[in-house]
Design a protein. Sequence first.
Length: 142
Amino acid sequence: MEETQYGLRVDLDMPYQEALARATAALKEEGFGVLTTIDVQQTLKQKLDRDFRRYTILGACNPTLADRALHAELEIGLLLPCNVVVYEREPDTSAVAAMAPLPAMGIVGNKELQGVAKEADARLRGALRRLEGTGTLRGQAL
């Protein structure tokens, strides 16, 4: 798993559609539902007539964590849901990346959010680790 200041990523030796399906399943196993699905490739083609690689943004939400966060900080909804992206790197290779909850919620400065952020981080890492076990990892920097 690769990390940056704002994200976590795994590169997988599997086609995009399979990575998308497996990412959704791995999120579900960690207690997240997918509230929104944005097909970036389709949107850019329709709105700008631009070609782009296969790329989907999943708006993942764990209702219990969202409830705790909203009760701690009403405007935390600006940072919800947790975005997870799935994109095609090359034919038959894909990447799945998730936002890093600790720095994202850390900018708010509300100490009550630290526990929520830690649990969300652990669950997102768990989902990505599940994906690492389903295909060959291709460790490359974010």
